[in-house]
Design a protein around this ligand. Structure first.
Ligand SMILES: Nc1ncnc2c1ncn2[C@@H]1O[C@H](COP(=O)(O)OP(=O)(O)OP(=O)(O)O)[C@@H](O)[C@H]1O
Length: 237
């Protein structure tokens, strides 16, 4: 749980567009250092668009995204990455024609403290066994682990993770959950988009509920248990 009362990220009135189409209508939420915050909500609510907006990869965005003491709203994606934010997209973005080892070493080291290639392979033993395999030969779970491993090399301590459990078998989801839990124990700050409430509950400190491109509720993980029916209504399950 957070110890510093000042959030390291403050998103205020974030609006975003894809061409003429507006996806975010004023997202406002905070993230504290060491915290794992989920964005939950039904399909199309604007969760992925929030992560993409933070990274500057939507058509247009307005509002404010303060990270540490920097305003990111007018920064470009490479500047946002250099500010210390790592992004793991829903589609995982593994290069099919490159091996695991090559995919892993693609992102540049942006700040000290990232894991070395040896540490990464120790952290993800499945990838060690597959390090010479092409990206296209990997299972969904292996691709997801590679996508996470790759960003740990950069030295960023703030991670945006988009639906890591999507399309994976329960046993693999459990493994990914254990890896995320370990990252949290190592002090990484994580914003996690997740549809799988059971998974979200295992790892989160706090849940931000998104509906129609806005935040409609925020619950601690403890609150979630006693408000499960209400939250299920938000998710349409
Ligand atoms: N590339 C795009 N071009 C145009 N509209 C988009 C694009 N991506 C998302 N949208 C629209 O933006 C809105 C928010 O979508 P977003 O993907 O952020 O939702 P989500 O909560 O992450 O849901 P999902 O889990 O289905 O991705 C939706 O109305 C969606 O149709």
């Amino acid at each position: 749980m957070p110890t510093d009362p000042k959030p390291i990220m403050q998103v205020k009135n974030l609006e975003a567009w894809y061409g003429e189409s507006k996806a975010l209508h004023g997202m406002t939420f905070d993230v504290h250092e060491g915290e794992l915050v989920t964005l939950i909500g039904r399909n199309g609510a604007g969760k992925s668009s929030t992560l993409r907006s933070i990274m500057g990869i939507v058509g247009n965005r307005t509002g404010s995204i303060r990270f540490h003491d920097q305003e990111l709203i007018r920064k470009r994606t490479f500047q946002i990455a250099r500010a210390g934010i790592a992004y793991c997209p829903e589609e995982r973005a593994i290069f099919a024609g490159l091996t695991v080892a090559e995919n892993m070493t693609l992102p540049p080291i942006l700040s000290p403290g990232g894991l070395t290639d040896t540490q990464l392979l120790e952290t993800f033993p499945n990838l060690k066994a597959r390090r010479k395999s092409g990206g296209s030969k990997l299972s969904g779970g292996e691709q997801q682990m590679l996508a996470i491993a790759r960003i740990l090399r950069t030295g960023s301590r703030f991670i945006l993770l988009d639906e890591p459990s999507e399309g994976l078998a329960p046993v693999i989801v459990k493994e990914i959950g254990a890896q995320i839990q370990k990252l949290k124990e190592q002090g990484y700050t994580i914003v996690l988009v997740e549809q799988n409430l059971q998974f979200a509950r295992l790892v989160a400190d706090r849940h931000v509920v998104v509906e129609n491109g806005e935040v409609v509720d925020t619950l601690t993980n403890e609150d979630l248990a006693s408000n499960l029916e209400r939250v299920k209504t938000y998710l349409g399950v």
